[in-house]
Design a protein around this ligand. Structure first.
Ligand SMILES: Cc1cc2nc3c(=O)[nH]c(=O)nc-3n(C[C@H](O)[C@H](O)[C@H](O)COP(=O)(O)O)c2cc1C
Length: 169
C-alpha cells in the first residue's frame, strides 16, 4: 500500500492554505505516496497516516492557536510518526542573529511537543482586503503594504522532497 502523508495547516487569511495545497500537489508528484491536505480543525485523527506535515501562518509572533492545539492534542501520534513543519510569515526574514532568533521563537512551542525531521519558513502574503479591522491596524503598524512574497518554486521543491525527507519513498 502507498504511504499516506497528511498536510495539515492553519491559516487566517488564506495564504497558508494555498501554500499547503502547493506542498500537497508537489508530494503527489512522487507516485509512491498519497497526500491529503486539510485544515487542522478538520482533522479528527492521524490514524492511517504514515507521516505528517504541519504548517501555520504567524500572527503577532505565534503560530495560530488551532495549530498549537492540534500539536498538543496529537502529541503522542506526532512523536510516533515522521513529521515536518512549515511556517508562513513576513517579518524576520533576514539571516541576522536577531531574525534567526525570532524565527526560532515562532516554532519553539511546537518543538517542545515533537521533533520534526525538517523545519521550513516561507515568506507569505499581506492582503489588506482579507483582514479584519484590528488586523489592518496591526498590519499598518508594521508598515506592511500589500504584497505576495511567496516563492512558489521553493515551496514546490520542498514539497517534492518531503516523501524522501520523511523516509516514506
Ligand atoms: C495582524 C497580523 C499580524 C502579523 N504578525 C506577524 C508576525 O508577528 N511575524 C511575522 O513574521 N509575520 C506576521 N504577519 C504576517 C503573516 O504571517 C502573513 O501575512 C501570512 O502570509 C498570513 O498567512 P495567512 O493568510 O495564511 O493567515 C502578520 C500579519 C497580520 C495581518
Amino acid at each position: 500500500m502507498r504511504a499516506r502523508i497528511l498536510v495539515a495547516y492553519a491559516s487566517k487569511s488564506g495564504t497558508a492554505v494555498e501554500v499547503a495545497h502547493a506542498i500537497g500537489e508537489a508530494i503527489l508528484q512522487n507516485g509512491a505516496v498519497q497526500a491529503d491536505v486539510m485544515n487542522v480543525r478538520r482533522v479528527d485523527s492521524l490514524k492511517g497516516y504514515n507521516g505528517v506535515v504541519l504548517g501555520s501562518a504567524i500572527r503577532m509572533g505565534s503560530w495560530l492557536p488551532e495549530a498549537l492545539a492540534f500539536a498538543r492534542g496529537n502529541r503522542e501520534a506526532l512523536n510516533a510518526l515522521p513529521t515536518a513543519i512549515f511556517t508562513v510569515h513576513l517579518l524576520n526574514t533576514d539571516d541576522t542573529p536577531e531574525c534567526q532568533a525570532a524565527r526560532a521563537a515562532y516554532i519553539a512551542p511546537v518543538l517542545a511537543l515533537f521533533a520534526p525531521v525538517d523545519v521550513r519558513f516561507f515568506t507569505g502574503r499581506m492582503d489588506h482586503e482579507q483582514l479584519g479591522v484590528f488586523e489592518r491596524l496591526v498590519a499598518g503598524m508594521v508598515k506592511a503594504g500589500d504584497s505576495d512574497q511567496r516563492h512558489w518554486q521553493a515551496i514546490r521543491d520542498w514539497g517534492a522532497g518531503l516523501p524522501a525527507t520523511l523516509r516514506l519513498a
